[in-house]
Design a protein around this ligand. Sequence first.
Ligand code: ASP
Length: 344
Amino acid sequence: MSDTKSSVLLIYTGGTIGMKEDPVDQTLRPFDFGSLMEEVPELHKFALRIDSYTFDPLIDSSDIEPSMWQQLAVLIRDNYDAYDGFVVLHGTDTMAYSASAISFMLENLGKPVIFTGSQLPIGRPRTDGKENLISSVEIAGAKRPDGSPLVPEVCIYFNSLLLRGNRSTKVDAAGFDAFRSPNLPPLAEAGIDIRYNNDIIRRPSGGKFKVHLDLDTRVSILKVHPGITRQVVEDILLGSLTRAVIIETFGCGNAPSRDWFLDIVKESVSRGKVLLNVTQCLRGSVNMGLYATGRALKDAGVVGGGDITTESALGKLFFLMGNSNDNETVKAGLETDLCGEMSK
Ligand code: ASP
């Protein structure tokens, strides 16, 4: 008899969800995945086949490295045909970075990849981890009447909200309502039912699923602020080991208009570096045509990032630069919406 049940691969990378208090120094440290499953017997009630894979070593997500994104992408590639969906248990601190990067690495994704985690370890009575995990598994296995996956995207599920991964950001260090996608409504909200926002869920374009593993990490981030010094701007924008810089600007893409600042920007561009303008604001978009201070950046050759998040901009640059040595190609890619990361 053929097995028609949906199947989900649960990938455990670490993070608070699977941590336990060290009896000696009371710090939170990862524990083994077998115990995690014991804590959530509800998972066995789904008409789903759930298999699991545990990263070794398990990590606090503050230690995440692009090599682990590559490991994760390979794992999904190698298991792509065997499962209907994937749930990635991941620490919350860098979850938005990982979900963003993975969204670029998995081209023409046709299956759900749902990142989730928790603010309280799953063994604690008041944990948020159980609901996050259970609903993520349900979403990863959910299908449309024609049998195709309901949400074929890289997402973050947290505290009843399903968010597009490359639009998400962590907004609360301690509260359960820890993630938002300020420039895109949730893809789904879980209440008594899970209500899907089908109008904005992306569908595969029909292209072949392809995993990109080449990442070029020569990116820095410059956050402008009142009082920023020439030395700091020079160090970051002219650093010889940096190929691209994300400039986090004020409001709709504005930066100091002092001559020395613009001269360094121009020098950086003339050295062939890619400069990307993203806003420090949670909501809204870079528009370098609005104020003279933004216009000057545009005239100097800075690329506008629209409403992309910093987390997503970082993953997009790693991916684009990993796939091309030509910075003009990288700039053109930055201005293109590749997988729902920016509004048109
Ligand atoms: N430091 C933890 C991590 O990101 C926090 C969490 O999981 O919420 O791995």
